[in-house]
Ligand binder design. Structure first.
Ligand code: NAD
Length: 250
């Protein structure tokens, strides 16, 4: 029970790494708000958690919409009285296009992957300051550190924004005992919105740059998030955890 009695909100929790994180945090004792735009898939994650004896509820949230953030955080604090852990995990891929300079795609990726994280941080710290602290984990990527072919540069730019946004808030909110860290997954199972990065030929090429020689599993990222969410990482803020099989070490 590594996060016993804590209250968590995980965005993009209907799928992939967000769902794995929601399940793991609940298994380790947290009450978990499963926030996503995909209602049926999100409700299924809630049902799984409850079946295993945990506590969860689904919250409809488009992370790019500020009013929805206000409502989501309000729902969590009304139901459970506080917010200890925010995992800003929701995201969309930049690899599902043939036009790597599409302006509309730039706007959408930045709205979800960068603005969405900013809004989550903004509305979470308002609650966390009043309760004496909290832990925020923002999902960046190896793509937030290096450039890659066949991926719209907005994806890399949005994930790099998450890195520095997180360090900035870590510095500013340290005195309020709010910790902010980033997790950087490497080659993972494709996102729902993946294009090129779901292509087996492209994935095989990327695998050539992974010293551990395989792609990662969603639980391997969830465990890193759990560590940063728990008090085990109480002296860590503004740091970056690479869960990438060594990709960034090359
Ligand atoms: P996924 O596509 O399986 O899950 C993403 C979830 O985010 C989905 O449930 C989706 O509905 C939700 N979402 C998308 N837009 C949203 C919005 N506007 N508001 C609320 N929810 C929204 O992807 P994943 O692989 O689990 O990725 C999770 C995070 O990890 C993302 O931020 C992604 O950029 C990052 N990441 C993924 C990989 C990878 O290879 N899969 C690698 C590095 C980083």
């Amino acid at each position: 029970m590594r996060v016993a009695n804590k209250v968590a909100l995980v965005t993009g929790a209907a799928s992939g790494m967000g769902a794995a994180t929601a399940r793991l945090l609940a298994r380790e004792g947290a009450k978990v708000a499963v926030a996503d735009m995909l209602e049926a898939e999100g409700q299924a994650v809630v049902a799984e958690i409850e079946k295993a004896g945990g506590t969860a509820r689904f919250i409809h949230l488009d992370v790019a919409e500020e009013a929805q953030w206000e409502a989501a955080i309000g729902t969590v604090t009304s139901a459970w009285g506080r917010l200890d852990i925010l995992v800003n995990n929701a995201g969309i891929s930049g690899s599902n296009t043939n036009n790597l300079y599409d302006t509309a795609l730039w706007d959408r990726i930045m709205a979800v992957n960068a603005r969405g994280v900013f809004l989550g941080v903004k509305h979470a710290i308002a609650v966390m300051r009043g309760q004496g602290g909290g832990s925020i984990i923002n999902l960046s990527s190896i793509s937030g550190v290096v450039g890659q072919e066949r991926i719209h540069c907005a994806y890399n730019a949005s994930k790099a924004a998450v890195r520095l946004l997180s360090k900035s808030v870590a510095v500013q909110e340290g005195p309020a005992r709010i910790r902010v860290n980033t997790v950087h997954p490497g080659l993972m199972p494709p996102m729902r919105t993946s294009g090129a990065t779901a292509d087996p030929v492209f994935r095989a090429k990327m695998l050539g740059h992974v010293p551990l020689g395989r792609s990662g599993e969603v639980d391997e990222v969830a465990y890193a998030i759990l560590f940063l969410a728990s008090d085990e990482s109480s002296y860590m803020t503004g740091t970056e955890l690479h869960v990438d099989g060594g990709y960034l070490a090359c």
